[in-house]
Design a protein around this ligand. Structure first.
Ligand code: NAD
Length: 401
Protein backbone atom coordinates (compact mmCIF):
# COMPACT_ATOMS: atom_id res chain seq x y z
CA UNK A 1 0.00 0.00 0.00
CA UNK A 2 1.15 3.52 -0.77
CA UNK A 3 -0.30 6.44 1.24
CA UNK A 4 0.03 9.96 -0.14
CA UNK A 5 -0.21 13.18 1.91
CA UNK A 6 -0.82 16.44 0.05
CA UNK A 7 0.44 19.20 2.39
CA UNK A 8 3.31 18.61 4.83
CA UNK A 9 2.74 21.30 7.46
CA UNK A 10 1.91 21.25 11.17
CA UNK A 11 -0.67 18.47 10.62
CA UNK A 12 0.33 16.73 7.38
CA UNK A 13 3.98 16.07 8.27
CA UNK A 14 3.43 14.54 11.73
CA UNK A 15 0.61 12.35 10.39
CA UNK A 16 2.69 11.25 7.38
CA UNK A 17 5.61 10.49 9.70
CA UNK A 18 3.49 8.48 12.16
CA UNK A 19 2.05 6.37 9.33
CA UNK A 20 5.52 5.88 7.76
CA UNK A 21 6.96 4.95 11.17
CA UNK A 22 4.45 2.05 11.24
CA UNK A 23 6.25 0.65 8.20
CA UNK A 24 3.68 1.82 5.63
CA UNK A 25 5.12 3.46 2.47
CA UNK A 26 4.31 7.18 2.43
CA UNK A 27 4.73 9.74 -0.36
CA UNK A 28 4.51 13.30 0.98
CA UNK A 29 3.77 16.21 -1.37
CA UNK A 30 4.43 19.88 -0.76
CA UNK A 31 4.42 22.80 -3.20
CA UNK A 32 7.42 24.30 -1.42
CA UNK A 33 10.68 22.69 -2.68
CA UNK A 34 12.52 23.79 0.49
CA UNK A 35 10.09 21.76 2.63
CA UNK A 36 10.56 18.74 0.35
CA UNK A 37 14.37 19.00 0.44
CA UNK A 38 14.39 19.38 4.23
CA UNK A 39 12.24 16.28 4.78
CA UNK A 40 14.20 14.16 2.31
CA UNK A 41 17.33 14.97 4.35
CA UNK A 42 15.53 13.55 7.40
CA UNK A 43 15.08 17.02 8.87
CA UNK A 44 12.00 19.11 9.70
CA UNK A 45 10.84 22.67 8.98
CA UNK A 46 8.36 23.02 11.87
CA UNK A 47 8.69 22.83 15.65
CA UNK A 48 7.02 19.82 17.29
CA UNK A 49 8.51 17.73 20.12
CA UNK A 50 9.68 14.27 19.01
CA UNK A 51 8.88 14.85 15.32
CA UNK A 52 12.50 15.16 14.18
CA UNK A 53 13.32 11.61 15.34
CA UNK A 54 10.21 10.05 13.77
CA UNK A 55 10.88 11.79 10.42
CA UNK A 56 14.58 10.92 10.43
CA UNK A 57 13.96 7.25 11.24
CA UNK A 58 11.21 6.95 8.62
CA UNK A 59 13.34 8.62 5.90
CA UNK A 60 16.30 6.37 6.81
CA UNK A 61 14.04 3.29 6.70
CA UNK A 62 12.88 4.36 3.24
CA UNK A 63 9.19 4.51 4.21
CA UNK A 64 8.88 8.33 3.96
CA UNK A 65 9.80 10.32 0.87
CA UNK A 66 8.74 13.82 -0.16
CA UNK A 67 8.25 15.47 -3.58
CA UNK A 68 6.64 18.53 -5.11
CA UNK A 69 4.38 16.40 -7.33
CA UNK A 70 1.83 13.72 -6.44
CA UNK A 71 2.02 10.14 -7.69
CA UNK A 72 -0.44 7.26 -8.12
CA UNK A 73 -1.22 5.84 -4.66
CA UNK A 74 -3.88 3.86 -2.78
CA UNK A 75 -4.86 6.39 -0.10
CA UNK A 76 -4.69 10.17 -0.65
CA UNK A 77 -4.96 12.66 2.24
CA UNK A 78 -5.50 16.36 1.62
CA UNK A 79 -3.97 18.38 4.49
CA UNK A 80 -3.53 21.84 2.97
CA UNK A 81 -4.41 25.25 4.47
CA UNK A 82 -8.00 26.53 4.53
CA UNK A 83 -7.62 30.25 5.31
CA UNK A 84 -10.02 33.19 4.91
CA UNK A 85 -10.61 35.27 1.83
CA UNK A 86 -12.38 38.64 1.88
CA UNK A 87 -14.27 39.27 5.11
CA UNK A 88 -14.16 35.96 7.00
CA UNK A 89 -15.11 33.82 3.95
CA UNK A 90 -13.55 30.34 3.97
CA UNK A 91 -11.11 29.81 1.12
CA UNK A 92 -11.10 26.18 -0.09
CA UNK A 93 -9.03 26.92 -3.19
CA UNK A 94 -6.01 25.01 -1.77
CA UNK A 95 -8.17 21.90 -1.25
CA UNK A 96 -9.49 22.26 -4.79
CA UNK A 97 -6.01 22.79 -6.27
CA UNK A 98 -4.70 19.70 -4.45
CA UNK A 99 -7.71 17.66 -5.65
CA UNK A 100 -7.28 18.80 -9.26
CA UNK A 101 -3.63 17.65 -9.16
CA UNK A 102 -4.81 14.21 -8.04
CA UNK A 103 -7.50 13.88 -10.73
CA UNK A 104 -5.39 12.15 -13.42
CA UNK A 105 -3.78 9.87 -10.84
CA UNK A 106 -6.90 8.44 -9.17
CA UNK A 107 -7.76 4.81 -9.95
CA UNK A 108 -10.24 2.09 -9.01
CA UNK A 109 -10.22 1.22 -5.29
CA UNK A 110 -8.47 4.44 -4.13
CA UNK A 111 -9.43 6.26 -0.94
CA UNK A 112 -9.50 10.07 -0.97
CA UNK A 113 -9.73 11.80 2.46
CA UNK A 114 -9.82 15.50 3.33
CA UNK A 115 -8.35 16.40 6.74
CA UNK A 116 -8.19 20.20 6.24
CA UNK A 117 -10.72 22.08 8.38
CA UNK A 118 -13.47 22.74 5.84
CA UNK A 119 -16.90 24.36 5.49
CA UNK A 120 -19.85 21.98 5.46
CA UNK A 121 -20.30 20.45 1.99
CA UNK A 122 -16.64 20.67 0.90
CA UNK A 123 -16.17 16.89 0.67
CA UNK A 124 -19.31 16.51 -1.44
CA UNK A 125 -18.12 19.38 -3.66
CA UNK A 126 -14.76 17.67 -4.19
CA UNK A 127 -16.53 14.36 -4.90
CA UNK A 128 -18.63 16.14 -7.55
CA UNK A 129 -15.47 17.62 -9.06
CA UNK A 130 -13.77 14.21 -9.16
CA UNK A 131 -16.77 12.43 -10.71
CA UNK A 132 -17.40 15.22 -13.21
CA UNK A 133 -13.83 14.93 -14.53
CA UNK A 134 -13.51 11.16 -14.02
CA UNK A 135 -17.08 9.77 -14.31
CA UNK A 136 -15.81 6.20 -14.64
CA UNK A 137 -14.64 6.38 -10.99
CA UNK A 138 -18.11 7.01 -9.53
CA UNK A 139 -18.86 4.27 -7.01
CA UNK A 140 -15.34 2.87 -7.48
CA UNK A 141 -13.36 5.13 -5.14
CA UNK A 142 -14.00 6.11 -1.51
CA UNK A 143 -14.33 9.77 -0.56
CA UNK A 144 -14.36 10.84 3.09
CA UNK A 145 -13.65 13.60 5.58
CA UNK A 146 -11.76 13.21 8.86
CA UNK A 147 -10.96 16.33 10.89
CA UNK A 148 -7.83 16.76 12.97
CA UNK A 149 -8.05 17.87 16.62
CA UNK A 150 -4.47 17.56 17.92
CA UNK A 151 -2.87 19.98 20.37
CA UNK A 152 0.35 21.56 19.04
CA UNK A 153 3.18 20.47 21.33
CA UNK A 154 1.58 17.06 21.96
CA UNK A 155 0.80 16.12 18.36
CA UNK A 156 2.60 12.76 18.18
CA UNK A 157 0.76 11.41 21.22
CA UNK A 158 -2.64 12.81 20.28
CA UNK A 159 -2.44 11.64 16.65
CA UNK A 160 -2.39 8.09 17.95
CA UNK A 161 -4.56 8.36 21.08
CA UNK A 162 -7.34 10.84 20.24
CA UNK A 163 -10.71 9.58 19.03
CA UNK A 164 -11.44 10.41 15.37
CA UNK A 165 -14.69 11.29 13.64
CA UNK A 166 -14.82 9.85 10.12
CA UNK A 167 -17.54 10.61 7.58
CA UNK A 168 -17.74 9.37 4.00
CA UNK A 169 -20.00 10.46 1.15
CA UNK A 170 -21.54 6.97 1.52
CA UNK A 171 -21.24 4.11 4.00
CA UNK A 172 -18.69 2.21 1.94
CA UNK A 173 -16.45 5.30 1.88
CA UNK A 174 -16.73 5.69 5.65
CA UNK A 175 -15.81 2.05 6.19
CA UNK A 176 -12.81 2.31 3.86
CA UNK A 177 -11.52 5.47 5.57
CA UNK A 178 -11.93 3.83 9.00
CA UNK A 179 -9.85 0.90 7.76
CA UNK A 180 -7.05 3.36 6.93
CA UNK A 181 -7.10 5.16 10.31
CA UNK A 182 -7.02 1.77 12.12
CA UNK A 183 -3.44 1.47 10.85
CA UNK A 184 -2.19 4.02 13.38
CA UNK A 185 -4.99 5.35 15.63
CA UNK A 186 -5.52 3.72 19.02
CA UNK A 187 -8.38 6.05 20.00
CA UNK A 188 -11.95 5.18 18.98
CA UNK A 189 -13.02 5.74 15.37
CA UNK A 190 -16.54 7.15 15.14
CA UNK A 191 -18.42 6.66 11.88
CA UNK A 192 -20.72 9.35 10.48
CA UNK A 193 -21.35 11.12 7.17
CA UNK A 194 -19.09 13.75 5.56
CA UNK A 195 -21.26 16.79 6.39
CA UNK A 196 -21.51 15.84 10.08
CA UNK A 197 -17.77 15.22 10.31
CA UNK A 198 -17.06 18.63 8.74
CA UNK A 199 -19.51 20.33 11.10
CA UNK A 200 -18.09 18.42 14.07
CA UNK A 201 -14.69 20.10 13.72
CA UNK A 202 -16.28 23.54 13.36
CA UNK A 203 -18.55 22.81 16.33
CA UNK A 204 -15.69 21.81 18.63
CA UNK A 205 -13.89 25.10 18.10
CA UNK A 206 -17.06 27.21 18.12
CA UNK A 207 -18.03 25.62 21.43
CA UNK A 208 -14.72 26.72 22.98
CA UNK A 209 -15.10 30.19 21.45
CA UNK A 210 -18.65 30.67 22.78
CA UNK A 211 -17.65 29.51 26.27
CA UNK A 212 -14.64 31.83 26.36
CA UNK A 213 -16.88 34.67 25.14
CA UNK A 214 -19.10 34.11 28.18
CA UNK A 215 -16.07 34.45 30.48
CA UNK A 216 -14.90 37.53 28.57
CA UNK A 217 -18.33 39.11 28.84
CA UNK A 218 -18.28 38.49 32.60
CA UNK A 219 -14.89 40.21 32.77
CA UNK A 220 -16.35 43.35 31.14
CA UNK A 221 -19.32 43.36 33.52
CA UNK A 222 -17.10 42.75 36.57
CA UNK A 223 -14.74 45.54 35.57
CA UNK A 224 -17.65 48.00 35.70
CA UNK A 225 -19.17 46.45 38.83
CA UNK A 226 -15.91 46.48 40.79
CA UNK A 227 -15.86 42.69 41.16
CA UNK A 228 -12.80 40.49 40.75
CA UNK A 229 -13.78 38.25 37.82
CA UNK A 230 -11.24 35.54 38.70
CA UNK A 231 -12.60 35.20 42.22
CA UNK A 232 -16.16 35.30 40.87
CA UNK A 233 -15.54 32.45 38.40
CA UNK A 234 -13.75 30.35 41.02
CA UNK A 235 -16.73 30.73 43.33
CA UNK A 236 -19.36 30.13 40.62
CA UNK A 237 -17.49 26.97 39.58
CA UNK A 238 -18.00 25.59 43.11
CA UNK A 239 -21.52 24.83 41.86
CA UNK A 240 -21.47 21.13 40.93
CA UNK A 241 -22.93 21.75 37.45
CA UNK A 242 -21.20 25.04 36.50
CA UNK A 243 -17.85 25.14 34.70
CA UNK A 244 -17.01 28.61 33.40
CA UNK A 245 -13.77 29.02 31.43
CA UNK A 246 -11.23 31.80 32.05
CA UNK A 247 -11.35 35.24 30.42
CA UNK A 248 -8.31 36.68 28.70
CA UNK A 249 -7.15 39.39 26.32
CA UNK A 250 -9.15 37.84 23.44
CA UNK A 251 -9.07 34.56 21.54
CA UNK A 252 -6.36 33.73 19.02
CA UNK A 253 -4.61 31.01 17.08
CA UNK A 254 -5.42 29.58 13.69
CA UNK A 255 -8.32 27.34 14.83
CA UNK A 256 -10.66 28.75 17.52
CA UNK A 257 -10.42 32.31 16.20
CA UNK A 258 -10.98 31.14 12.60
CA UNK A 259 -13.27 28.09 12.38
CA UNK A 260 -16.48 29.65 13.82
CA UNK A 261 -16.48 32.06 10.86
CA UNK A 262 -16.81 29.01 8.56
CA UNK A 263 -20.24 28.42 10.13
CA UNK A 264 -21.21 32.10 10.22
CA UNK A 265 -20.29 32.61 6.55
CA UNK A 266 -22.67 29.84 5.39
CA UNK A 267 -25.47 30.17 7.99
CA UNK A 268 -25.43 33.86 9.01
CA UNK A 269 -29.06 34.03 10.17
CA UNK A 270 -28.94 30.84 12.21
CA UNK A 271 -25.52 31.36 13.86
CA UNK A 272 -26.23 34.50 15.87
CA UNK A 273 -24.71 33.21 19.12
CA UNK A 274 -21.60 31.87 17.37
CA UNK A 275 -21.14 35.13 15.42
CA UNK A 276 -21.70 37.30 18.48
CA UNK A 277 -19.23 35.24 20.51
CA UNK A 278 -16.60 35.74 17.80
CA UNK A 279 -17.25 39.49 17.77
CA UNK A 280 -17.20 39.67 21.56
CA UNK A 281 -13.86 37.87 21.78
CA UNK A 282 -12.44 40.27 19.18
CA UNK A 283 -13.94 43.21 21.06
CA UNK A 284 -12.22 42.06 24.27
CA UNK A 285 -8.82 42.73 22.64
CA UNK A 286 -9.94 46.20 21.53
CA UNK A 287 -11.22 46.85 25.09
CA UNK A 288 -7.85 45.81 26.58
CA UNK A 289 -6.06 48.23 24.23
CA UNK A 290 -8.42 51.03 25.32
CA UNK A 291 -7.76 50.20 29.00
CA UNK A 292 -4.02 50.51 28.42
CA UNK A 293 -4.38 53.84 26.58
CA UNK A 294 -6.62 55.20 29.35
CA UNK A 295 -4.20 54.07 32.07
CA UNK A 296 -1.40 55.88 30.21
CA UNK A 297 -3.42 59.10 29.97
CA UNK A 298 -4.36 58.97 33.68
CA UNK A 299 -0.74 58.40 34.62
CA UNK A 300 0.40 61.37 32.55
CA UNK A 301 -2.24 63.63 34.11
CA UNK A 302 -1.25 62.53 37.62
CA UNK A 303 2.54 62.55 37.28
CA UNK A 304 3.12 65.17 34.59
CA UNK A 305 5.18 62.78 32.45
CA UNK A 306 4.53 59.98 30.00
CA UNK A 307 4.63 56.50 31.58
CA UNK A 308 6.76 53.58 30.47
CA UNK A 309 4.40 50.67 29.72
CA UNK A 310 5.39 47.00 29.65
CA UNK A 311 3.34 44.74 27.38
CA UNK A 312 3.76 41.23 28.78
CA UNK A 313 3.34 38.53 26.12
CA UNK A 314 2.73 38.38 22.36
CA UNK A 315 1.81 34.71 21.82
CA UNK A 316 -1.81 33.63 21.31
CA UNK A 317 -1.81 31.47 24.47
CA UNK A 318 0.46 30.72 27.43
CA UNK A 319 3.87 29.09 27.07
CA UNK A 320 4.07 28.79 23.28
CA UNK A 321 5.96 30.69 20.57
CA UNK A 322 3.00 30.88 18.13
CA UNK A 323 1.87 34.43 17.31
CA UNK A 324 -0.75 33.56 14.63
CA UNK A 325 -4.03 35.50 15.08
CA UNK A 326 -2.71 36.54 18.49
CA UNK A 327 -4.87 39.02 20.45
CA UNK A 328 -1.78 40.11 22.42
CA UNK A 329 0.01 41.02 19.20
CA UNK A 330 -3.08 42.92 18.02
CA UNK A 331 -3.20 44.88 21.31
CA UNK A 332 0.52 45.69 21.12
CA UNK A 333 0.15 46.94 17.54
CA UNK A 334 -2.87 49.03 18.47
CA UNK A 335 -1.45 50.76 21.55
CA UNK A 336 2.06 51.28 20.19
CA UNK A 337 0.97 52.97 16.95
CA UNK A 338 2.54 56.37 17.51
CA UNK A 339 4.83 56.14 20.52
CA UNK A 340 7.08 53.08 20.34
CA UNK A 341 9.60 54.57 22.78
CA UNK A 342 7.17 54.50 25.70
CA UNK A 343 6.74 50.73 25.54
CA UNK A 344 8.70 47.65 26.50
CA UNK A 345 7.54 44.45 24.81
CA UNK A 346 8.18 41.09 26.47
CA UNK A 347 7.79 37.64 24.91
CA UNK A 348 9.97 35.06 26.66
CA UNK A 349 9.12 32.31 24.15
CA UNK A 350 10.80 33.93 21.14
CA UNK A 351 14.33 35.23 20.62
CA UNK A 352 13.45 38.16 18.37
CA UNK A 353 10.63 39.67 16.34
CA UNK A 354 10.70 41.54 13.03
CA UNK A 355 8.40 44.36 14.29
CA UNK A 356 8.77 44.47 18.08
CA UNK A 357 12.04 45.04 19.91
CA UNK A 358 11.90 42.55 22.79
CA UNK A 359 12.96 43.24 26.39
CA UNK A 360 13.83 40.73 29.10
CA UNK A 361 11.01 39.93 31.59
CA UNK A 362 12.76 41.16 34.75
CA UNK A 363 14.15 44.31 33.16
CA UNK A 364 10.73 45.32 31.80
CA UNK A 365 9.02 44.56 35.10
CA UNK A 366 11.53 46.66 37.04
CA UNK A 367 11.46 49.66 34.71
CA UNK A 368 7.77 49.93 33.75
CA UNK A 369 5.26 52.29 35.38
CA UNK A 370 2.33 50.40 33.85
CA UNK A 371 2.40 46.62 33.40
CA UNK A 372 -0.21 45.04 31.12
CA UNK A 373 -0.31 41.22 31.27
CA UNK A 374 -1.64 40.03 27.92
CA UNK A 375 -0.73 36.33 28.21
CA UNK A 376 -0.36 34.16 31.36
CA UNK A 377 3.11 32.78 30.57
CA UNK A 378 4.78 30.82 33.39
CA UNK A 379 7.61 33.40 33.59
CA UNK A 380 5.01 36.06 34.50
CA UNK A 381 3.36 33.87 37.13
CA UNK A 382 6.72 33.74 38.92
CA UNK A 383 6.72 37.56 39.40
CA UNK A 384 5.49 39.16 42.63
CA UNK A 385 2.62 41.68 42.55
CA UNK A 386 3.78 45.32 42.69
CA UNK A 387 1.30 47.64 44.42
CA UNK A 388 3.17 50.81 43.42
CA UNK A 389 2.82 50.12 39.68
CA UNK A 390 -0.32 50.36 37.57
CA UNK A 391 -1.09 46.65 37.09
CA UNK A 392 -3.46 45.56 34.30
CA UNK A 393 -3.87 41.81 34.54
CA UNK A 394 -6.00 40.85 31.54
CA UNK A 395 -4.70 37.29 31.54
CA UNK A 396 -5.31 36.27 35.16
CA UNK A 397 -1.60 35.93 35.91
CA UNK A 398 -2.16 36.82 39.56
CA UNK A 399 -5.84 35.78 39.69
CA UNK A 400 -6.52 39.03 41.52
CA UNK A 401 -7.27 42.57 40.35
N1 NAD B 1 -2.15 23.27 12.93
C1 NAD B 1 -3.13 22.82 13.70
O1 NAD B 1 -2.99 22.77 14.92
C2 NAD B 1 -4.41 22.30 13.09
C3 NAD B 1 -5.29 21.57 13.91
C4 NAD B 1 -6.44 21.05 13.35
C5 NAD B 1 -6.74 21.28 12.00
N2 NAD B 1 -5.87 22.02 11.23
C6 NAD B 1 -6.22 22.22 9.83
O2 NAD B 1 -5.38 21.38 9.04
C7 NAD B 1 -5.13 22.01 7.78
C8 NAD B 1 -3.63 22.13 7.57
O3 NAD B 1 -3.12 22.93 8.62
P1 NAD B 1 -1.57 23.06 8.92
O4 NAD B 1 -1.46 23.77 10.24
O5 NAD B 1 -0.90 21.73 8.75
O6 NAD B 1 -1.14 24.03 7.74
P2 NAD B 1 0.35 24.41 7.28
O7 NAD B 1 0.26 25.73 6.62
O8 NAD B 1 1.31 24.18 8.40
O9 NAD B 1 0.70 23.27 6.19
C9 NAD B 1 0.07 23.16 4.96
C10 NAD B 1 1.13 22.86 3.91
O10 NAD B 1 0.48 22.59 2.66
C11 NAD B 1 1.27 23.12 1.62
N3 NAD B 1 0.43 23.25 0.43
C12 NAD B 1 -0.46 24.22 0.11
N4 NAD B 1 -1.09 23.94 -1.04
C13 NAD B 1 -0.59 22.76 -1.48
C14 NAD B 1 -0.83 21.94 -2.61
N5 NAD B 1 -1.74 22.26 -3.53
N6 NAD B 1 -0.11 20.81 -2.75
C15 NAD B 1 0.81 20.45 -1.82
N7 NAD B 1 1.09 21.20 -0.72
C16 NAD B 1 0.38 22.32 -0.55
C17 NAD B 1 1.81 24.42 2.17
O11 NAD B 1 2.99 24.80 1.52
C18 NAD B 1 2.07 24.04 3.65
O12 NAD B 1 3.39 23.60 3.85
C19 NAD B 1 -5.87 23.36 7.82
O13 NAD B 1 -7.12 23.22 7.25
C20 NAD B 1 -5.98 23.62 9.31
O14 NAD B 1 -7.09 24.47 9.60
C21 NAD B 1 -4.72 22.52 11.75
Amino acid sequence: MLVQFIGLGYIGLPTAAVVAHKGVKVHGVNVNPHVVETINKGEIHIVEPGLREVVRESVEAGTLTAATEPVAADVHLVVVPTPFKGVYEPDISFVEAATRKLLPLLKDGDTYIIESTSPVGTTEKMAELIFRERPELEGRISVAYCPERVLPGNVLHELVHNDRVIGGIDEASTAKAIEFYRLFVEGELHATNARTAEMCKLTENSSRDVQIAFANELSLICDKAGINVWELITLANKHPRVNILQPGSGVGGHCIAVDPWFIVADYPKESRLIGTARELNNYKSFWCAEKIRNAMLEFELKHGRKPLTALMGLAFKPDIDDLRESPAKYIAQKVMQSEQDNFLVVEPNIEEHSVFKLTDVDEAYERADIVAFLVAHKEFKALDWRDHKVMLDFAGVFKRS
